[in-house]
Design a protein around this ligand. Structure first.
Ligand code: SF4
Ligand code: SF4
Length: 295
């Protein structure tokens, strides 16, 4: 069995990537299982998805803590201790990171494979950073056991309702990435026999013990969401007329007003949804690709 774990952010198509990979594996004659694990349902929040592919029946359930392949769609997660995308990695784990950095810049400890999927997505998907087709293509190719036609069929089946132009972009993207990545030798592990564990019946606890309740007021600012950005909004102050539409429309309230009435973006907390850039009537907010800095 191959166990693949994918990491990304809400809105990047990570769950769909796991579905495409699972379907592609199924079409290539394997058993498959795929599912996501969400935290907060919020655009930009870290998301994990899992795919298991096997020649035999898959009896294992639940999150994959010891993956054969880790696919990281958003390199900024490497700096996020709450995501810890390399958790459970062994020296033999195949790790792919969507990045334009060299592998050694990303991890000294692990061998990492990199490719710049973001720029390919921006080109093929009309300026969008949705990695479902690209990341599943990386997984399919690394495994080396999934045929290109099966991958393309899975892309088509798992993206119902998208426009014909967007579907073509996704198919072209999947094909391009599949042909760009090289298969790798994935070490076979000795599968342990699964044994039935005794049933555990959950107990009802008092709500303050059993639910994640935030008791400390005013602590939202401590969670810096600035590293969620793929693109950064930058206000062109030479042309901004201080209409303040961006100030009103920012869903996270991270645009404040300077004493002279200019809107100012708090980059520690701006998550890069780019609603401000879409809403600015004069298009005076440009977008700049974040590239990130790694030690
Ligand atoms: S991109 Fe613009 S709208 Fe979105 S969080 Fe940042 S400042 Fe607010
Ligand atoms: S919406 Fe545009 S013009 Fe209006 S305040 Fe914001 S940046 Fe300036």
């Amino acid at each position: 069995m191959w166990r693949i774990r994918m990491h990304g952010r809400g809105g990047q198509g990570i769950k769909t990537a796991s579905q495409i990979l699972g379907s592609a594996g199924f079409y290539s004659g394997f058993q498959a299982q795929d599912f996501p694990l969400y935290g907060a349902e919020r655009r930009g929040a870290p998301v994990i998805a899992f795919t298991r592919i096997s020649k035999d029946a898959i009896l294992e359930r639940g999150p994959i803590s010891s993956p054969d392949i880790i696919l990281i769609g958003d390199e900024t997660l490497l700096n996020d201790p709450q995501s810890a995308p390399l958790c459970g990695a062994e020296p033999t784990t195949i790790i792919f990171v969507n990045s334009n950095h060299r592998p050694k810049e990303l991890s000294q400890k692990f061998e990492v494979i990199t490719a710049n999927l973001t720029d390919l997505c921006l080109q093929r998907l009309n300026g969008r950073t949705i990695y479902s087709s690209a990341l599943s293509a990386v997984g399919a190719r690394l495994l080396g056991t999934i045929e290109l036609e099966d991958l393309l069929q899975a892309v088509e089946d798992e993206l119902p309702g998208v426009s014909s132009q967007m579907l073509k972009g996704n198919l072209d993207l999947a094909r391009e990435v599949f042909e760009m990545v090289q298969p790798v030798a994935i070490p076979q592990r000795v599968e342990k026999a699964l044994t039935a564990k005794p049933l555990v019946f959950p107990q009802h606890l008092p709500v303050v013990d059993g639910a994640p309740i935030i008791l400390d007021p005013g602590n939202m600012a401590l969670r810096k969401t600035g590293n969620w950005r793929v693109e950064r909004p930058e206000i062109d102050y030479d042309h901004c007329n201080k209409c303040l539409i961006c100030y009103a429309r920012c869903p996270d309230g991270v645009i404040s007003l300077a004493p002279d009435g200019r809107p100012e973006i708090d980059y520690d907390h701006c998550k890069g949804c780019l609603i401000c850039a879409q809403e600015c009537p004069g298009h005076f907010i440009k977008t700049v690709r974040e590239t990130g800095i790694f030690p």
